[in-house]
Design a protein around this ligand. Structure first.
Ligand code: ADP
Ligand code: ZN
Length: 232
């Protein structure tokens, strides 16, 4: 039975990565993170990585054609056929239109917006750490069990190079100007679910799952896959 096709929207530091990973595990769908894909591409010095690097360091968006092509290719992988959660894409109107076009009749089911006030995300970003190898999120409040090596894969857990104050300010500004308007875009398609992203990660996951399941069940009469255990 297929899982949902989801997009997760939210400011930098809203908890998108953490929550997208949990949704992916719950519905047994892949999490597709354009930020992680670009970080891997930069690390492996691929063509996409070379094109993306300077934008990422500056906290600016990588040009649409590069991102869109990368996501279109990724969505063709067989694991994405049973659903997906897109994390970090689309990020502007052009990308949203390209996604609609690429998916055609298998359109996105629901777009969840994680709402967190700016002062809270600024505090979270200062303490954010990430696994260089698999992208698993950590923070100085929730460090890995051992010596800044990833609990999942053993990779090095570090502060991201673009989590400097200047790059963060830049990204939040880009979010407000380019990504926030997508809320209205998806509201217009009757696909938006806004969820309070403050509080403990487990609490947020619980709110998300309840929000998603109630919305999708209402539309489809109960065909959403995934076990129903409560997570917080
Ligand atoms: P954050 O949400 O904290 O900005 P991400 O890991 O999602 O971090 O993205 C890191 C960087 O990768 C972005 O600042 C941007 O340069 C690039 N990037 C990721 N996704 C996109 C996208 N959809 N369009 C353009 N650039 C992107
Ligand atoms: Zn890891």
């Amino acid at each position: 039975m297929p899982g949902p096709r989801l997009v997760i929207l939210g400011k930098q530091g809203a908890g998108k990565g953490t929550q997208a990973q949990r949704l992916a595990a719950h519905y047994r769908i892949p999490r597709i993170s354009t930020g992680d894909m670009f970080r891997t591409a930069v690390e492996h010095n691929t063509e996409a990585g070379q094109k993306a690097q300077k934008y990422m360091e500056a906290g600016e968006l990588v040009p649409d054609d590069v991102v869109i092509e990368m996501v279109e290719e990724r969505l063709k992988d067989s694991d994405a056929r049973r659903g997906f959660v897109l994390d970090g894409f689309p990020r502007n109107a052009e990308q949203a239109r390209a996604l609609d076009e690429a998916l055609g009749r298998k359109a996105v089911d629901l777009v969840v917006e994680l709402e967190v006030p700016t002062d809270v995300v600024l505090r979270r970003l200062a303490s954010r750490r990430v696994c260089l190898n698999c992208g698993a999120p950590y923070s100085t409040d929730r460090p890995p069990a051992q010596n800044w090596t990833c609990d999942i894969c053993g990779g090095a857990v570090v502060q991201r190079e673009d989590d400097t104050e200047a790059a963060i300010a830049r990204r939040l500004d880009v979010y407000t100007r380019q990504t926030e308007p997508l809320v209205a875009y998806y509201l217009g398609q009757d696909k938006l679910a806004s969820v309070d992203g403050t509080g403990q990660p487990d609490q947020v996951t619980g709110r998300l799952l309840r929000g998603i399941d109630s919305r999708l069940n209402r539309r489809s009469g109960g065909t959403v896959d995934g076990d129903r255990e409560e997570m917080g």
